[in-house]
Design a binder for this molecule. Sequence first.
Ligand code: ADP
Ligand code: MG
Ligand code: MG
Length: 874
Amino acid sequence: TKYVYKFNEGRASMKNLLGGKGANLAEMMHIGLPVPPGFTVTTEACTRYYQEGGKIPGEVIEQVFEALESLEETTGKKFGSSDNPLLVSVRSGAPVSMPGMMDTILNLGLNDATVEGLARSTGDRRFAYDCYRRFIQMFADVVLNVEHERFEEIISSVKNKKGINYDTDLTAEDWQEVLESYKNLVVKHTGRQFPQDPKDQLVMAVEAVFRSWNNQRAIVYRKINKIPDDLGTAVNVQAMVFGNMGEDSGTGVAFTRNPSTGEREIYGEFLLNAQGEDVVAGIRTPKNIKELRSIMPDVYKQLEDVCSLLERHYRDMQDIEFTVEKGKLYLLQTRSGKRTAEAAVKIAVDMVKEGLISKEEAVLRVSPEHVTSLLHRRIDPNAKVEVIAKGLPASPGAASGQVVFSPDEAETLGQQGHKVILVRTETTPDDIHGIVMAQGVLTSRGGMTSHAAVVARGMGKPCVCGCEALSIDYKNEEFRVGELVVKKGDIISIDGSTGKVMLGEVPMIDPVLSEEFRELLKWADEIRRLSVRANADTPQDAKLARDFGAEGIGLCRTEHMFMGQDRLPIVQQMIMATTREERERALEKLLVFQRQDFEGILEAMHDLPVTIRLLDPPLHEFLPDAEELVDEIAQLKAKGDMDGLKEKQEMLKKVKALREFNPMLGLRGCRLGILYPEIYEMQVRAIFQAACNLAKKGVKVIPEVEIPLVSNANELKQLRKLVENVASQVMDEEGVKVEYSIGTMIEIPRACITADEIAEYADFFSFGTNDLTQTTYGFSRDDAEAKFLPQYINQKILQEDPFIVLDRKGVGTLMKTAVELGRKVKENLAVGICGEHGGEPNSIEFCHEIGLDYVSCSPYRVPIARLAAAHAVL
Ligand code: ADP
Ligand code: MG
Ligand code: MG
């Protein structure tokens, strides 16, 4: 077997065998770039090494030495010679980039004799001793496990003794002194002399690279990044070039474009008179690469040419490492450069315009998850901030505002135009009205999928969850972090992308879709088949969704409209009503509010469909909880407020009457509509009055009335009739006709399995995958996430949180069944999804595969969904 490839025998396509670094060195050599010659020991040799129980097979060693001879011929230097010694670097390189692995060894081949040869052949003793001490230090660190620090201590003490600051100020004699101490240190630590035979050095170094594949850092890195353990690493042995040969030499790293903005410019750093690791080691501060233009104009020109050649060849932004030896440029590494989302978008779009890549490639180059960071307000990266605590980064974006502990207060202040951050131990559905009006949410308990997190993400609001350092004292309206006390009204900032909590206001930058991003999304639109809608229940959200490219509203929830402080008391009156008259009076008042709500949304979404879901949650969610009432009753009793007392006692009675053992599976959704038809009638009336009013003004509206939680076709049959009756009644009264449709949420397994029967009465289906996941697994989401889901994921019982990534096997199969059964009855049944999964790229891909017509997600995720829907096609 061939275990060793000379650089001129490899190509970029051979990454699995030669590792990324080796394959790209070969490729660069192939296209005529100045790469110091060398060879690569394959990943298969590494695998063999482990198969043989940690021994390098003789065959491999033989091939290494053969390649070494050929390298001697190419360079005209001799390994181990004391006249003109060949020195090499030994570099690891796995098929995928892995920072946890072995550090590079430079200047291998030096010993007490060859160092004198290097001094003579270069005429520079100082340089030669510097190389030798670097080599000992690296080799001892990497191969012999002598701590790097101990060597640095030696240099420091010599520098102190001499009273100098920089390594470059040490003389040849100083370095000789350092060398003696280095060698003694090695003997002291290993009990042996530093290896003097260069061939021994080489074999030991190769073995160290193989060993490093299984060091702790590397194993952990592979685990986190899901990299298979059996790939193995290659080893690159390469002739040295020297950046430390004086002021006409140096070393640096560069990106072919700015990795932070995507701007087309060389971006990077370099150090004069330095070798490899000096740049990263931070011993001296590197200079901006642009300065190279004036210091070495020739080299800079070469670098520019190299960058543009590499980009044309690889058709992507590259991250390169280079060295300049006496005015000549050498390339030592290239790979695709990591970049921010902003840069990824700009580079992809620019490269299409430069004719380097196709639009499809550009769309594929930008990952949907990556661009989430472009869609939220962010902290100005240049700002100075005072971090007081850190929680979970639950919903990206950043916000500043006054600390507020009560949702009601958040709502009041928010409505007056104040910016507030709602701080709670955790949130519940009752807090929604406060969350709506807050800039962001901070909780001391709960995980990434707690109520606060889910709701905040849905609204595109920043949220930091589970910030356990916070101890919240509702009574005194303050929270503590250690010694620090933050009171109601104090200003804090949170960053939901990092989980940081900061004191005071911090400067922010707004999300704006850049020209390039809009262009890229347009290309995605040309590719995708799925249409993308938004979940929105206010005109503001609807407008935002439209601006982000939503093609309709896939879910307009109506319960949030019942939660406002001006509505809640009326909703409570409606619930508490004892006579039909009383109930109708309350509903009459609500009708006015609802009509306004719907007019706002339908108008904002003119010409586009709006799916409006009739009331879904159980009624008790609109009443205070029992404990709270008991407290209030006690207080009223003490005050002797008899009227108030009676009212609260009635309410308590009602709360008790409405109490359910398992509200999630109780009287909610269409069951409410069937038991209290007057509520649904009021909502439908409001929808059609709004629609007719707008139609009369010439606004084109497309309402779609949606019935939640259907499990049996008869439920829909009955409620469809209710909707049709009220709709035609209103349209008669108003004297206009509007087009509309009636459909249902599909969120109960039984509905999926009997979708053919249900489709008889439905113009459309919309998968409510939050409930469908709950009911399919029999998991109550909030309980699961608080109690056992994290452990399930840790123990790999579940690979992923099914509330985040759609479970294709179970929930997905039900969905597929429903689509098939539904379309069998109604060929052109429109089918979409409006659960949180509708904005998650992996789930979107599945929705594409099973032939849905649209996905619907929070407005902020619309661009992500557009991109993901295009990825699903490609
Ligand atoms: P890493 O993967 O940590 O970047 P590398 O193997 O790329 O490690 O080596 C780090 C640095 O060492 C290179 O960027 C380069 O500056 C220097 N280096 C490696 N090989 C040589 C060589 N043959 N001649 C000169 N410098 C080298
Ligand atoms: Mg490198
Ligand atoms: Mg539901």
